[in-house]
Design a protein around this ligand. Structure first.
Ligand SMILES: C[S@@+](CC[C@H](N)C(=O)[O-])C[C@H]1O[C@@H](n2cnc3c(N)ncnc32)[C@H](O)[C@@H]1O
Length: 327
């Protein structure tokens, strides 16, 4: 793995610090096949292609793409995949899969000048840029899209999915409310960029003054998402080290307790609460995905007891699409 240093002053407020172990426990749905099939279908990776995965995380999708592009190509050439992420912990996990000789680069994908100075060989090198579940962490979307335009060859494509307008509705408001209650302005702490279709279309078209990307398709897609653990697990994974990174554990714990309480009415369901989900309602699992957590009605150790169905669910809204760099 390349371990080029990140400039800690550049875009520091929006760099995430995901913990790979929390991430795989509380958020494995992010890279689950049911949720990533649509954007992988848009990418349509072909044998022999060169593809870069921006915000590759622990590399689950990078490895899938690697398998496609390194399959024997018709002309005999082998493809190439590179993963980029700002988190050394995520990249350490990604690089631990020794059967996949994928180069990983540690970089801030919002910072074109630093990327260009470190990796000049990648100018116009790639047939495709892929990115999943990352761009909503990038509060400088124009910086990202300039990098995309620089990486792609003429005629190359970008396939993307990330949180769009309305993503995680309720939870973000809960975090704002819990902070305002304490006299803290949440706006500068909020790490998320959830654009509308129109806003992101404008960003895509701003990638270059001379040869900007042309959006091909762009949709907001609501996706109710059962959590494998709980809302608290989700918040520990996605908000504690980002939104709440400036608080100590006691303060952050109190804020997160508040957020869970605020969100419970919308995000928790149980067969015991009419109108908040039941077997025929919210307890719908998508295409074999793990559903919300289940617990025994009368505590553990009573395996034969009737199981009580309850869980946490978050309304994700994805912005999914593609763009082409004109010839
Ligand atoms: C939710 S994970 C998604 C990982 C992977 N794409 C997937 O679908 O499984 C988001 C990743 O984006 C990375 N990330 C966030 N902001 C970034 C930035 N500015 N530059 C590079 N990586 C970034 C995080 O470190 C994290 O690994």
């Amino acid at each position: 793995m390349s371990t080029a240093n990140l400039d800690p002053t550049a875009h520091a407020s929006s760099l995430t610090n995901h913990n790979p172990s929390n991430y795989s426990t509380n958020a494995s749905f992010v890279y689950s096949s049911a949720y990533t099939a649509p954007v992988l279908d848009i990418l349509e990776a072909q044998a022999g292609e060169k593809i870069i995965d921006l915000g590759c995380g622990t590399g689950e999708l990078t490895r899938l793409i690697y398998e496609k592009v390194t399959a024997q190509a018709a002309g005999g050439g082998r493809g190439e995949v590179i993963g980029v992420d700002s988190s050394s912990e995520m990249l350490d996990k990604a690089s631990s899969y020794k059967d996949y000789p994928i180069p990983y680069i540690r970089a801030d994908i919002q910072d074109l000048p630093t990327f260009v100075s470190r990796y000049p060989q990648y100018k116009g090198h790639f047939d495709a840029v892929f990115t999943n579940a990352t761009l909503h962490w990038c509060k400088d979307p124009k910086g990202v899209i300039e990098l995309v335009g620089w990486l792609l060859r003429p005629g190359g494509r970008m396939a993307f999915e990330f949180g769009g307008f309305g993503n995680c509705v309720g939870i973000r408001a809960g975090l704002h409310q819990a902070l305002k209650k304490r006299g803290i302005d949440p706006v500068p702490l909020d790490p998320w960029y959830f654009p509308t279709v129109g806003q992101y279309e404008a960003v895509l078209r701003s990638s270059s003054p001379t040869n900007p990307l042309t959006p091909q398709s762009l949709h907001l897609v609501p996706r109710p998402t059962p959590l494998p653990t709980s809302l608290r697990g989700w918040l520990d994974t996605f908000a504690r080290s980002t939104f709440l990174s400036s608080f100590d554990d006691r303060q952050a714990g109190e804020i997160l307790d508040d957020v869970v309480e605020i969100c419970k009415v919308d995000n928790y369901w149980s067969e015991d609460i009419p109108g908040n989900g039941n077997e025929d309602g919210m307890n719908v699992k998508g295409k074999g995905e793990p559903g919300p957590g289940k617990s025994s009605a009368s505590g553990s150790g009573q395996g034969k007891e009737k199981e009580k169905k309850e869980g946490w669910e978050v309304m994700y809204v994805r912005l999914r699409g593609s763009a082409i760099k004109p010839e």
